[in-house]
Design a protein around this ligand. Structure first.
Ligand code: HEC
Length: 107
């Protein structure tokens, strides 16, 4: 499989989460999610997959079956990073079938 890890995006999300002081969800994180994720995890309830909304910080931090997409300061516990970095076609986000791709990775 030729699909590469969106390393830059993972790092981009990762570093803000580990130094939470200076970071704004709406300024720094949400635009990335808007471009890649909110079509399926946004404001439209009828179109919300996995009962997960990522358009608000509280939605992103909400627990689902013991996990949360974002656990501030704990990238290893954040399901969002696990999914974005996943090599498993069944769990990687965005899904392969989606028209969007995380293509921000350099080189
Ligand atoms: C084409 C629709 C689609 C797009 C785009 C999409 N997702 Fe998903 N997502 C789903 C579906 C369907 C599920 C539920 C099935 C599953 O868990 O794999 C899901 C589940 C998830 C879960 C797990 C929720 C839980 O409670 O376990 C996370 C985290 C997630 N997505 C993050 C993202 C992120 C981050 C992006 C953008 C980089 C994204 N998704 C883009 C469809 C999408």
């Amino acid at each position: 499989m030729s699909r590469r890890l969106p390393v830059a995006v993972a790092l981009l999300l990762w570093s803000p989460l580990t130094s939470a002081d200076d970071v704004s969800f709406s300024r720094d994180i949400r635009p990335i999610l808007a471009a890649n994720c909110l079509g399926c995890h946004g404001t439209d309830e009828g179109h919300r997959e996995g009962e997960l909304r990522l358009d608000t910080f509280s939605g992103a931090k909400a627990q689902h079956q013991g996990r949360a997409a974002i656990v501030p300061g704990k990238p290893d516990a954040s399901e969002l990073l696990t999914r974005v970095k996943s090599h498993d076609a069944d769990s990687v986000m965005p899904p392969h079938a989606a028209s969007c791709r995380l293509s921000h990775a350099a080189s």
